[in-house]
Ligand binder design. Sequence first.
Ligand SMILES: Cc1cc2nc3c(=O)[nH]c(=O)nc-3n(C[C@H](O)[C@H](O)[C@H](O)COP(=O)(O)OP(=O)(O)OC[C@H]3O[C@@H](n4cnc5c(N)ncnc54)[C@H](O)[C@@H]3O)c2cc1C
Length: 355
Amino acid sequence: MGVEIIENVPLAPLTTLGIGGAARRFARVETVEQVIEALAIAGGEPVLVLGGGSNLVVRDGGWPGLAIQLAIPGVRIDDRGDHALVTARAGVPWDDFVGQMVDAKLAGVECLSGIPGLAGATPMQNVGAYGQEVADTIERVRVLDRETGALETFEPAACAFAYRTSVFKGSERWIVLEVSFCLRRSNVSAPIRYAELAKALGIADGERAPLRLVRDTVIRLRRGKGMVVDAHDPDSRSAGSFFTNPIISAAQLADVQTRVPANMPSWPAADGTTKLSAGWLIERAGFEKGTVRGNAGISGKHALALVNRGGASARELLGLAAEIQAVVKAKFGVDLVPEPVIVGRACEAEKAGKE
Ligand SMILES: Cc1cc2nc3c(=O)[nH]c(=O)nc-3n(C[C@H](O)[C@H](O)[C@H](O)COP(=O)(O)OP(=O)(O)OC[C@H]3O[C@@H](n4cnc5c(N)ncnc54)[C@H](O)[C@@H]3O)c2cc1C
């Protein structure tokens, strides 16, 4: 079936933040053929690939070209004895997928319960939480290369997965069509590597727990932080964590340590770098949970989530983000990097510096 193109479609309702202007043109695609057709229709105009809109800030002036919402459905489970190769097409809602895997007694993604968005977006920033990330189980990623028009398969090494990033993040070259995961047939989880989760499960770090219990516990912990999208929880009108946890060199760490109390949380890595807690730095910089800036603010449950308190503009939200970045930099010398992808045009009033 041909692709239907709709003019002037507001993007805010298609994002979890509920912020931003309209797309000049919009298409919802359900097959690979429709993706190819939509790209041909776009011609030279800019293309925005849209998943569930949960890691996206759309600026107030909207998207000047074609927004293509990927809605390709389908999950395929190929048996491999004590494992299964499970392929999720790009449009499968991620948390439905995790629930289906837990029901099928397939282990490896259970700690990623409750994360919004679609399966096709998970390789973009190597989605992760509670000690698990998709890079742990991804076996291959099937993409459409927009430069060559070819369908290609990426093995994990070519994906360059790292903390909240991959070769795909920030590149417009590849459209992810499907993601295949190698999952273990078991009713118990992978070893739990996250102290808060292990404690909530009543097990020691590194022990395993029943898949269903892990899923339910992760969702409960996430709800307590406003990290499950819920129309009744205004703290969940966010893009999740707004900043990644900074990873700094030994020299930078020595500098930061002269400016902070000795109890600063930090996680040294084998390569000599250290990961800091962005949420901790933000709170110590004076931005408490529940901070308000017009219609934007910081979640009352999580210092790392910026929220739309109702009717916020992208300008307000990004203004608060910039304020946080400037104060954290001035106080601690640390650069905070936004985790969501920021797209679109500023509106005319913003460009002119007035509103
Ligand atoms: C309440 C909340 C909690 C969250 N918790 C977590 C968490 O614990 N861990 C975590 O890692 N993330 C978390 N996130 C962020 C977000 O859910 C994930 O990054 C998710 O994978 C984004 O999926 P999406 O389909 O919504 O992508 P979108 O927001 O629609 O898109 C994000 C980016 O990926 C691109 N993109 C999307 N799909 C494709 C595709 N198929 N091919 C090519 N490009 C594509 C878009 O163009 C855009 O640049 C959270 C978000 C919210 C709102």
